[in-house]
Ligand binder design. Structure first.
Ligand SMILES: NC(=O)c1ccc[n+]([C@@H]2O[C@H](COP(=O)([O-])OP(=O)(O)OC[C@H]3O[C@@H](n4cnc5c(N)ncnc54)[C@H](OP(=O)(O)O)[C@@H]3O)[C@@H](O)[C@H]2O)c1
Length: 270
C-alpha cells in the first residue's frame, strides 16, 4: 500500500510542485487549500479544505483523512505566507498574523497528526522552513522570526518523538520561483516610514532574487528523498550553489562580517 502524504498549502508554489511530484512517484497524496472542499480533485490531486489558522478546520481535515485512509504516513507542513517591513514598523497585530499561519499553523497540524502517528509507532513530519530561519534577513525580520521558531521547535520535538518511531525533519529552501510575493503581508507603516527609501530598495532586490530563482521541484525531490530515508537528518538545505555558500559563510565567519556582506548584497551600506 502506498504511503499517505498530507501536504498543506498545495494549491500553489512549492506545495503544488511537491504534491504533483510525490504523486508521480507513486505516493498517495492529499493536498490542502482554504479554497477547496474535502475530496475535491484539482489537477489530479485530492484536496482537503484547510485553514491552518483555525483549530476546527485543522481538526476536521485531519479527522476526515484519518477516517478515509486510516493513517497519515507523512505530514508536510508547507502552508505559509511572507511578511515584509522593518522591525520597527511591523505591529504586533501584523506579527501575530504571520505567526498564526507560519508557526502556529505548523504546530496545529503536528499536534493533530501526532497521536495517530505515535499509536502506530510510525510517521514522518517535514516542516518547510527557509534560509530566513538560519539568519535574519533585513526587512523580513518577522518572517525570519517565525521560521527560526519552526526550526527551534522542530529540533526539540525531533528528540522527543524518536522513541515513538516518529521522525521529524526540516527543509530550509533558498529562493524558489513561486507566487509567494503576491500574498505577503506588508507592514502598513512602511508606506510613510523613515525606512521607506531603504525598504523599497531592498524589497525590489528581494523580488528580483525571487523572480530569477529556480524551479520548486527541487524541494519536491528533496522531500521524496527524505520520505525514502530510514533515519532522516534534522535539517536539509535546498538552495542554489550561491545560497549554499551564503549559509556556509554564516557559520564560518563572524556575524559582523556576515552582516556586512548581507548589507552589501542589499545595497544598504552607506
Ligand atoms: N518561494 C520561496 O522562495 C520560499 C523560500 C523558502 C521557504 N518558502 C516557504 O515555502 C512555503 C510555501 O511557499 P510558496 O513560495 O510555495 O508560497 P505560495 O505559492 O504563496 O503558496 C502558499 C500556500 O500556502 C497556503 N496557505 C496560505 N495561508 C494559508 C492558511 N491560512 N491556511 C492554509 N493554507 C494556507 C496557500 O493555499 P490557499 O491560499 O489555497 O489556502 C498556498 O497553497 C512557505 O512556508 C514559505 O515560507 C518559500
Amino acid at each position: 500500500m502506498s504511503k499517505i502524504v498530507l501536504i498543506t498549502g498545495a494549491s500553489s508554489g512549492i506545495g503544488k510542485s511537491m504534491a504533483s511530484y510525490l504523486q508521480q512517484q507513486g505516493l498517495n497524496v492529499y493536498g490542502t487549500s482554504r479554497n477547496s472542499e474535502h475530496g475535491q480533485v484539482i489537477d489530479g490531486i485530492t484536496f482537503l479544505k484547510l485553514d491552518v489558522t483555525n483549530d476546527q478546520s485543522v481538526h476536521d481535515a485531519v479527522s476526515y483523512l484519518l477516517e478515509k485512509e486510516g493513517k497519515i504516513d507523512v505530514l508536510i507542513n508547507n502552508a505559509g505566507i511572507g511578511m515584509v517591513g522593518s522591525g520597527e514598523d511591523s505591529t504586533p497585530i501584523e506579527m501575530k498574523v504571520q505567526f498564526e499561519t507560519n508557526f502556529y499553523g505548523t504546530v496545529r497540524l503536528m499536534q493533530a497528526v501526532l497521536p495517530s502517528m505515535r499509536n502506530r509507532k510510525e510517521g514522518l513530519i517535514i516542516n518547510i522552513s527557509s534560509l530566513a530561519g538560519l539568519f535574519g534577513l533585513p526587512y523580513r525580520g518577522v518572517y525570519s522570526a517565525a521560521k527560526f521558531a519552526i526550526n527551534g521547535l522542530s529540533e526539540s520535538m525531533r528528540m522527543e518523538l524518536i522513541s515513538y518511531g516518529v521522525h521529524l525533519s526540516v527543509i530550509c529552501p533558498g529562493d524558489f520561483k513561486t507566487p509567494i510575493k503576491t500574498s505577503r503581508i506588508r507592514a502598513k507603516k512602511s508606506e510613510s516610514s523613515v525606512y521607506k527609501e531603504e525598504f523599497d530598495k531592498v524589497y525590489t532586490l528581494m523580488n528580483e532574487e525571487l523572480d530569477n530563482s529556480g524551479d520548486p521541484v527541487q524541494v519536491a525531490k528533496m522531500a521524496f528523498k527524505i520520505i525514502g530515508t530510514k533515519e532522516p537528518r534534522p535539517f536539509y538545505l535546498v538552495a542554489s550553489a550561491f545560497q549554499k555558500c551564503v549559509v556556509m559563510l554564516r557559520y564560518w565567519i563572524p556575524t559582523k562580517a556576515f552582516q556586512w556582506l548581507m548589507m552589501r548584497n542589499y545595497k544598504m551600506l552607506k
